[in-house]
Design a protein around this ligand. Sequence first.
Ligand code: VG1
Ligand code: CO
Length: 560
Amino acid sequence: MSFTSIIVQSSPFDGQKLGTSGLRKAVSVFQQKHYTENFVQSILSALGEQVTGSTLVVGGDGRYFMTEAVKIITRMAASNGVAKLVIGQNGVLSTPAVSCIIRKRSATGGIILTASHNPGGPKGDFGIKYNISNGGPAPESVTNRIFECTKAISEYKTCPDLLVDIGSIGVQEYQVDGRKFIVEIIDSVTDYVDYMKEIFNFGELKAYLTNQEKPFKVVADAMHGVVGPYATRIFCSELGLPSESCINCVPKDDFGGHHPDPNLTYAADLVALMKKGIHAFGAAFDGDGDRNMILGQNGFFVNPSDSIAVIAANAKCIPYFQKTGVKGLARSMPTSGALDRVAKGDGLQLFEVPTGWKFFGNLMDADKLSLCGEESFGTGSDHIREKDGLWAVLAWLSILASRKQTIKEIMKAHWTKYGRNFFTRYDYENVDSEAAQKMMTNLRQLVQEASFVGKCYTEGNKSYTVKLGDDFEYEDPIDKSISKKQGLRIIFEDGSRVIFRLSGTGSSGATIRLYVDSFEANQDRHNMMAADILKPLVTIALKISQLQELTGRQAPTVIT
Ligand code: VG1
Ligand code: CO
């Protein structure tokens, strides 16, 4: 079938700036005439000459407006000279699956349709991310180029009559403006699951999980996000677990009206289920499948900052790392220092990067980094270039199968060996933007004053003296690019840290994140609650920032 493209006149929309991870706005914003088209054209234009003859992977988390977006992308890609699109069946691909497929098929890049952990549905959020040829989120050099295109756009190219069937697996061939345009619809799950079978020993895992005398009860909660079909295939079809092991595994375009965010607040149902004590292992995932929460029996919570530290310390339980070794470790700046202790103990290099997975890619491509994580329930490795929720779960299950201990026992042994970093994050969602900006501006000024260092803050019987205050700045060790203003840090003499950042993934108002990290070597205190240990530091942080006075918020929306 042959088609002819047309040029549509358009003009820029304000604010098509990519945040921590792609462009995220309310669905109604994306539904405006030309809005999505402008952004897609900007991605394609930012590719420059690379676009001609390129192969792009396209897929998303199944949220409302995704199929419309796939249609728009298909028509525009054809008109802009893309040679081939690889699309998940019905448009469905998890974020880690996109990364896996880009690498496996040596694609030019990929477009991911998701607003990740943000709610979906007609009144929820939509989002578009662009990933580059290494499979990872576009670095700032690329996202800045896309943003510049959005500001200068005057027209876009599309092929309005082209209608691709995204429901049927197979290859379709079209002629567009005299060029061949190929669309390959692939099974959403197979490539990813095949890769997991290379990384982990599925035979051993199956034997451990389905042991007739002592079956290991697992529950995986997909929160109605994209992980559902992947989890069902892996846990039920491959590892032989009963179907009730997978809950909320039918994807819904509005995630059942919930936040598809795997934390103690938004995955409260799973926490309640785990507290019944029936399951030895529980996990939840976010909308696009790159985040994970790990829970042990009776709801024992594994803090994400600890999770990556435990996986790093036990990497030898995973066949992939038996082959590649561990080249180095990395965490985002606000993530607790638990990983630093593993790096020190095991003689590995540790990198501290700004928030957002895009900062890990260069280190991985340069063979300096194998395992990395973020406090925001992101865990991953250099097997792909995205964080990977199911990978994290399989990593934990491999460690459990190899050590034959419970999650709680493994965590306790880890703290005994390395000491414990207590960590908490307070999120204040949908705060008035001006108030949030004002708080950050005041605080930036304060922490950068020369007299700030040496100041002593006392709360109850605890005193903390400021060792350093700054606005975190990062120089990429590989391409030497510099990222400024990545979060206000207050570091005390004893190594405790208080960090303030504004979220870059929200779609309305501002979200303030307050992170608190404190190391405790004394084993007698390892069983205490993080909330109790960190209370003085939280109080000091609130006082220094005047958060409550400036925002009018007495309590955070979410505490991790
Ligand atoms: C948040 C997290 C960050 C994560 C990002 C994308 O960003 O803090 O660690 O990489 O979301 O995750 P921010 O700017 O809101 O703090 V996902 O799973 O929403 O793509
Ligand atoms: Co996500």
